[in-house]
Design a protein. Sequence first.
Length: 237
Amino acid sequence: MKYDGAGYHGWQRQKNAVSVQQRVEEAVSALFNTPLTVSGCSRTDTGVHANCFKCNFRTEKRLPHATVVSGMNFFLPEDIAVTDSTDVPEDFDARFSCKGKEYIYKIYNGSLRDPFYRDRALFYRMPLDADLMTREAQALIGTHDFTSFRALGSNVKTTVRTVSHVYAERSGELVTFHIQADGFLYNMVRIVVGTLLYISEGKIERGAIPDILAAQDRTLAGKTAPPEGLYLNQVFY
């Protein structure tokens, strides 16, 4: 499944706002003609997008997978699309069975805004060096305590994560930052991007990321980059 998150308050169902989960559950319940609950692989935030999102549900009614795809898309709004369907083991859970994820963050790095990137990428005027961003981010690779890159107030059992690859690349005026890990803390990718932007701006010294990691202090990292540039890009099982 993939979705444009600009019009939603994230994946997770909300009491007073429309979420992606709500729309997906409405669609699958209409297709199977019974109330169904859907489990998602990630709790993406308001305005965050997904190029690849995995979710699962349980039902006793059997439909061909092609019918599930076409039927779900019939009931879903145009900014959400199911791309595939398959059977999974009974104990499968889209979130807890996940082995890793890749996120990307898109930055439109031009002198003038492009309306076609509105809500799709961060508009950032100051020149960015993708190679510099890549070099600075290499300190994130490996197993570290990412407390400094976690939103304050979020609760998790452990703040240790393992990053397997990270890099930035430029195509014209679009800079895309990639990061893959076994898991991510709340706002972790957006804080990493914000830190790299601060390094680019000279607000944080080059080579500071190892010290920021070691300090386990959120105040030493950069700002939390806005949500519109963030995409869940791949999910691994």
